[in-house]
Design a protein around this ligand. Structure first.
Ligand SMILES: Cc1cc2nc3c(=O)[nH]c(=O)nc-3n(C[C@H](O)[C@H](O)[C@H](O)COP(=O)(O)OP(=O)(O)OC[C@H]3O[C@@H](n4cnc5c(N)ncnc54)[C@H](O)[C@@H]3O)c2cc1C
Length: 487
């Protein structure tokens, strides 16, 4: 649809076609899509344009982790290993990280926003009844705005801290401090064995901390195939991290302002550390947000349909896109949802039935259900897309798992001496398509998209057989997996 086809309501003050709350990667994309199609759009942001991803999540965490992988890669190749002398230069790594966050300034992203013609309002937004938003601006005034067609809530998520005695006084790190700290703590306890826990344990151990990773369950990365957690625990242990499973923190105490923190653990043990990071999950940024004014539960994840429209809100004007809907807390998935929501908002504003303009299924975020890719940037890397065996079976699919040791693939053995890693392909036996793939090993992150294409494309295995991988690359793992499946 061209810009001119979309009816825009004109420039009356404080009335916009679309109001987007939150200028993270997701909000930016929803607003851009709507505006590029001719709708007037306002973006409201309370902190930094660019959101969590740019300043306290993806970018700084990966900036901390990339040097770890680069060093490990060199150490795993004879000839290069001899040239590596010593560990990471923590000061240089932190400086490079600061560059990726633009020193926590959003000038560059504001300039991009302005270059697209989008309007930015700085302040904290709350819903104020159907189609209405009240924004407490940074100069203390309150502006009430109305949306003609849609309000898109793109407020993201924040770290969720458990209600353990002493937690407030202990001033724990969350993902924000773990990605922005300026100094390397001597001893760091990391609580939680999910993605943030294992990535930050990897980074800070390599930067010089003595890291203890405390995990309540019996394995790391519990949402992936079990072998992923096993190989990652092996990698962390080899790097010097103390990994303890089946243990939870029951109490914390930090008597002095800068003194150590003591953790009381289940089973009676204690652990003293200089900082403690809680990586124990995320909560939606929907508390104190006026959700009750539109009939939704305050503080809840916003449940949406596949066009990202909040379910149960009369009039269908409220959208929730990105982390805040809880479907897949990943930047790339949120931006995919933003493309879908943007297209749906524009089509509905123009009164065009979605199905009529639904080229490529562009108004429906179906990939959220079956084909979410994720890379865990620890050492080795762990990646997955689609369903694990367990998830597939819970959905009632008849599946078979095919495993290949990556070290047996020529490309992997060239990548690293003594390469250790594994691949699993989960095959939907009734349709003979790939339902899920997991790769664990050094350098597998860039391999994942081939699996995403196979899963999202529902490519029949008999066609995949004719996708010939180059020799000698790690991609030949596909050939090994298919040979193993054919028998
Ligand atoms: C440590 C860590 C590492 C991560 N690494 C990766 C990774 O490598 N790859 C990946 O894909 N994902 C990663 N993620 C997840 C990724 O950060 C999120 O999925 C992504 O930031 C979600 O984008 P969003 O726009 O929905 O929300 P956010 O990025 O959280 O942005 C929301 C914005 O809304 C604003 N806001 C909130 N409430 C209001 C309000 N009431 N009024 C006005 N503004 C408001 C906030 O200030 C913020 O700027 C990581 C997460 C963490 C914690």
């Amino acid at each position: 649809m061209s810009r001119s086809e979309v009816p825009s309501g004109g420039p009356e003050a404080d009335e916009y076609d679309v109001i987007v709350i939150g200028a993270g990667p997701v909000g930016e994309n929803v607003a851009d899509r709507a505006h590029a199609s001719g709708l007037s759009a306002l973006v409201v942001e309370n902190e930094l344009v660019g959101g969590e991803c740019s300043y306290w999540a993806c970018m700084p965490s990966k900036a901390l982790l990339r040097p770890v992988a680069a060093l490990s890669d060199a150490r795993r190749v004879a000839g290069a290993a001899q040239a590596v002398d010593g560990g990471l230069d923590a000061v240089a790594v932190l400086e490079r990280r600061d560059g990726f966050t633009s020193n926590w300034q959003d000038k560059g992203q504001v300039a991009w926003l302005e270059s697209t013609g989008l309007e930015l309002l700085r302040g904290r937004a709350r819903l104020d009844g159907p189609r209405r938003i009240a924004v407490e601006t940074h100069d203390g005034t309150v502006r009430t705005l109305t949306a003609r067609h849609a309000v898109a809530v793109c407020t993201g998520s924040r770290a969720a801290l458990p209600g353990i005695p002493g937690i407030e006084e202990a001033r724990p790190w969350t993902s924000r401090e773990a990605t922005s700290a300026k100094e390397v703590p001597g001893r760091l306890a990391v609580v939680g064995g999910g993605v943030v826990g294992v990535e930050m344990a990897t980074a800070w151990q390599a930067l010089g901390s003595e890291v203890t990773l405390l995990v309540r369950g019996d394995r790391l990365l519990p949402r992936m195939e079990p072998f992923a957690g096993e190989l990652i625990a092996e990698g962390l242990t080899a790097a010097g991290v103390t990994v303890r499973t089946g243990v939870s923190v029951e109490e914390l105490s930090r008597p002095g302002p800068d003194g150590p923190v003591t953790l009381s653990l289940s089973g009676g043990g204690r652990l003293e550390c200089d900082e403690v990071l809680f990586a124990t999950g995320r909560a939606p940024r929907t508390d104190d947000f006026g959700l009750e004014t539109v009939g939704c539960e305050p503080g809840s994840w916003l449940s949406v349909d596949d066009t990202l429209r909040v379910t149960g809100v009369h009039g269908g004007w409220l959208y929730a896109v990105g982390d805040v809907n809880g479907r897949a807390l990943l930047t790339h998935q949120g931006k995919y949802q933003a493309r879908v929501a943007g297209a749906a908002i524009v089509a509905r504003a123009a009164g065009v039935p979605l199905l009529e303009t639904d080229r490529w299924g562009a108004h429906s975020a179906t990939a959220d259900h079956d084909a979410v890719p994720q890379v865990v940037f620890c050492d080795p890397e762990a990646t997955s897309v689609g369903l694990t065996v367990d998830e597939a079976e819970r959905r009632g699919l008849r599946v078979r798992a095919v495993d290949v040791e990556l070290g047996e693939v020529a490309g992997a053995s060239l990548y690293a001496d003594g390469y250790r890693g594994r691949a699993r392909m989960v095959v939907d036996l009734d349709r003979e398509v790939v339902a899920g793939v997991t790769f664990v090993g050094p350098g597998v992150g860039e391999l994942l998209h081939s699996a995403t294409v196979a899963v999202a494309g529902e490519v029949p295995l008999e066609r995949l057989w004719h996708a010939v991988p180059s020799y000698p690359t790690m991609s030949e793992v596909w050939l090994r997996l298919l040979e193993e499946y054919r028998g």
